[in-house]
Design a protein around this ligand. Sequence first.
Ligand SMILES: *Cc1c(COP(=O)(O)O)cnc(C)c1O
Length: 430
Amino acid sequence: MHHFTYRDGALHAEGVNLVDLAAHVGTPFYCYSTATLERHYRVFADAFGGRDTLICYSIKANSNLSVIKTLAQQGAGMDVVSEGELRRALAAGVPPSRIVFSGVGKTRDEMAHALQAGIYGFNVESEAEARALSAVAQEQGRTARIAFRINPDVDARTHAKISTGKAEDKFGVPWNDAAALYALAADLPGLEPCGVHMHIGSQITDLEPFERAFKLLSDLVGDLRTAGHTIDFVNLGGGLGVPYRGTDDIPPHPDDYARVVERAAGALDCRLLFEPGRMIAGNAGILVFRVLYLKHGDQKRFTIVDAGMNDLIRPTLYDAHHDIWAVDEARGQEPALVQDIVGPVCETGDFLARDRALPPFREGDLGAVMTAGAYGAVQASSYNSRLLVPEVIVRGDEYAIARARPSYEDMLAAEHIAPWLTPRKAMGRA
Ligand SMILES: *Cc1c(COP(=O)(O)O)cnc(C)c1O
């Protein structure tokens, strides 16, 4: 469910006509819908109505400050994976008590900053990290609330690059080490082990892996309590999938997900934390491009557009499918043609769609890559010295440029030519 629909023959983001928006902002650009962000957060939160929950939106999916603030105003906490993301959350006014810090490689500086800020807790991914965090906390005279991230060795049945809960993935600590690690943490002076964390992967479209993982987690909480630990929260991570292919692959509804959670963890008498990212932001964003040229190769029809893999890397990195719509509704109703949609970047992997039956785009047409709100702009780069793609957020019939396209002057000003490369003025004798 999202708020990108045709009206008066043109695709709109809520009440904003994308033809007009493209004329104002220039292409390519990302466009986010406030109503969609809010709706997704509410659907998720309402699925757990009545329970003591803390829903920490996973900032890495889309870290635009306006997106963070939109969700924070709905009551969302934040899941961060770096000091940069922590600073974004704080800059958007998120209370530190609603922030959790994840990731396998937090530096001591990052730990110190997060402790000073007074965040809710840390998801700890190794014994070495636990020891480092304890030392940093002790230096500050503080105690860090922690949950070990448990790797349950469950196959989330998702793309290999976004599976995180198998024994061979770098994430979490092995299930079998958990008892010893909690005992160690309880002895370390700077730590208070009071939660258990799991996050088994992303774009999960089947509830069964969640069910198995949560059952393991719930058993572990029982064992830890028996061993004398006070476990007051469990963090079930994120991972719920979104529909990338129109209406073909409907992921589980949050209500069904909530039933699985209830069955596995409902009796634990714990605060429940969640870290949804994609499920909140995915369908709330699109990438708008303009068609530059058409080219008929020997075998293929190429539609060359002004957005490339540097703006949206998901198709080439994860073999991801994104629906592509014509902004002009009439064009979308003409008979489809099989084509590749490719960008200007000098890489064969620079495509947005391959061998797909899509509208018969013509030069100058606008198109929209759908479901691009999560893991889109955040992974953009300036490869080929292309300017970082701007981000626009819409609310009703208003829009705001939430991150501007930099200028070429900005791009060049960030670099300095090494002094020895600049010829010195001739000195003294010739
Ligand atoms: C990336 C990540 C998430 C969010 O995953 P989604 O699939 O976007 O919901 C949640 N928790 C952790 C620890 C993550 O690394």
